[in-house]
Design a protein around this ligand. Sequence first.
Ligand code: NAP
Ligand code: F7E
Length: 322
Amino acid sequence: MPTALITGITGQDGSYLAELLLSKNYKVIGMVRRSSTLTFERIQHLQDDIEIIQGDLHDQSSLMDLLEQHKPDEIYNLAAQSFVPTSWNQPVLTGEVTGLGVTRMLEAVRLISPKTRFYQASSSEMFGKVREVPQRETTPFYPRSPYGVAKMYGHWITVNYRESYNLFSVSGILFNHESPRRGLEFVTRKITYGAARIKLGLAKELRLGNLEARRDWGFAGDYVEAMWRMLQADQPDDFVVGTGETHSVREFCEKAFGHLGMDYEQYVVVDPRFYRPAEVDLLVSDPSHAKNVLGWQPQVNFEGLVRMMVEADIKRLGKEIA
Ligand code: NAP
Ligand code: F7E
């Protein structure tokens, strides 16, 4: 039975990845940071099957102890300060966790468990003000937020440890991926939750920022499969993962409200408070390397994703009301 350590197991991706690895008979260890309230909502249903250990990407010795005790075969480093707007308010914290945290984990691997395969959760935010359309592994980076800058550091340190120490460390450059478990502050979930609230008479409007930004949105459940495949490959390598399609925030609104029989233009209010100091206008992936080498392809398309999220929010809110 292989052992996998997931940092960020309480997050959206961590919960789907834990489900996937359990279905493949892994022993799953989840690293969680100490907090005064529990943040286990997404993994509540898995708690009997996974082992939860305290640790924090700020704290080198907690990571070393974890590896010493469990010597995992695979590490999925998903923990991060992952919300882009927060990275302008807390740039140093974002650099510490999202950037330097990767080095702390890689140092623990190098010193204690160098045979462990390591996955780093890199991001399409590194492409930022895009230099090429679509974006692929060789596209130059131009990050537009402290988050994107921190992820770039995490990406290159992962590549550097592979080349310097011969570690099996890979960087998955994932485009936006969403689900009914997405945090409420991210735009897709904000829209599906907001539309569902309006439909059920719990709200009258939804305030958003830039409706023209375009993203390559996929389903998180598909993307954790790509992470796993990267660590099963013969050689460590970096991969872009996305759908190859791009849609605007406006189109997402249109589809989500439309699915509930509503016209988004009657409810969505553009609020400059949600504009960013620097925007990423257009993201669209070329995932052909992942397709050719890993045999990976997304299963859920844009329409299917919006429908899944809207229906889940309607159901959840309906239950709460009842
Ligand atoms: P998420 O839902 O925000 O989850 C982030 C996780 O990191 C949470 O479990 C959080 O724990 C944990 N965490 C934060 N700071 C930590 C620290 N100092 N020590 C230990 N754990 C810490 O993010 P996600 O959407 O699942 O994304 C997973 C990873 O992929 C992130 O690294 C993100 O930046 C990256 N990524 C995401 C996307 C996307 O579209 N979702 C695309 C590309 C890359 P708490 O529960 O305690 O807050
Ligand atoms: O914004 C626009 C906003 O916050 C998407 C993270 O998982 O994916 C995510 O980062 C777009 C932006 O995601 C609102 O200006 C308009 O252009 O959902 P988001 P993100 O910034 O793309 C990448 C790949 C990651 O790695 C990150 O961890 O939507 N937008 N109005 C809005 N965005 C938000 N949040 N709220 C609004 O009201």
